[in-house]
Write a protein that binds this ligand. Structure first.
Ligand code: HEC
Length: 219
């Protein structure tokens, strides 16, 4: 008897084989992506930073350096640029251990005070108050901004720390930040945490930060 030609679309063998290949290739892709992601989100070391190796997450000792945000034409958005040494609360020689401890204290304070109920960090949190990912770079804290004069301080970090301890004394927006009972040590640690956060290469997040009203290089 003559066998009737069957379409490949109705062949069980074809579908079984396809499913096998798709599952196999996807699994390999996922494993590769996971390994790559872990490498991208791991914090770099101080030696690698000094050797200017490219990295997304700088070590805690980045607080010893100037951090700026510059437009990268090739990538089409701003990227953090780590500059020369710059004093942070009068010092630029924090050891990796000291800087790690400072950042950890800052992170724990941010968690304990639940800053993310109002603010977002790396996009997570509340939408009541400004995103804090690049708060360190906000020109409001620079010599040309209002905070240094308001707080009677001469540096960005001191102005931020003073604001953190007494936010209701230095309001700049229509919405006010409440007093959270933050001590001087906690304020210093939070500012270190925010400076480090600003140095993270977030692929330009928050988008258009530099062009936002009051943002970095705002025209
Ligand atoms: C109840 C809501 C609320 C909580 C909780 C809160 N904030 Fe705020 N924060 C605000 C508001 C509103 C503003 C803007 C007010 C202003 O500038 O006067 C602000 C402003 C700021 C700024 C200035 C933003 C910029 O772009 O320069 C920083 C930095 C900041 N907060 C950090 C923190 C940290 C750190 C915590 C936790 C310790 C925290 N906030 C907890 C409401 C909050």
């Amino acid at each position: 008897m003559e066998e009737r030609p069957t379409s490949v679309w109705s062949s069980t063998r074809f579908w079984r084989k396809s499913a096998g290949w798709v599952t196999g290739v996807s699994a390999l892709l996922l494993i590769w992506l996971s390994v790559d992601t872990v490498a991208q989100i791991s914090m770099g070391t101080d030696e690698d930073m000094q050797a200017k190796k490219p990295m997304r997450i700088f070590p805690s000792t980045v607080i010893n350096h100037k951090v700026t945000y510059e437009y990268d034409a090739k990538r089409g958005h701003e990227v953090p640029v780590i500059g020369e040494k710059e004093a942070f609360f009068g010092r630029s020689d924090y050891s990796p251990e000291e800087a790690d401890a400072l950042l950890r204290h800052g992170k724990l304070t941010v968690q304990a005070k639940n800053c993310m109920s109002c603010h977002t960090l790396l996009g997570n949190g509340g939408y009541f108050a400004p995103d804090l990912t690049k708060a360190w770079l906000d020109p409001a804290w620079s010599e040309s901004g209002p905070y240094m004069a308001m707080t009677g301080t001469a540096t960005r970090e001191e102005a931020m720390a003073k604001f953190m301890m007494h936010p209701s004394t230095y309001p700049t927006h229509a919405r006010r930040m409440p007093e959270l009972g933050i001590t001087e040590d906690e304020a210093k640690a939070i500012v270190a945490f925010l400076k480090h956060m600003a140095s993270i290469d977030t692929n330009g997040f928050p988008r258009n930060f530099a062009k936002m009203n009051g943002g970095v290089n705002a025209k």
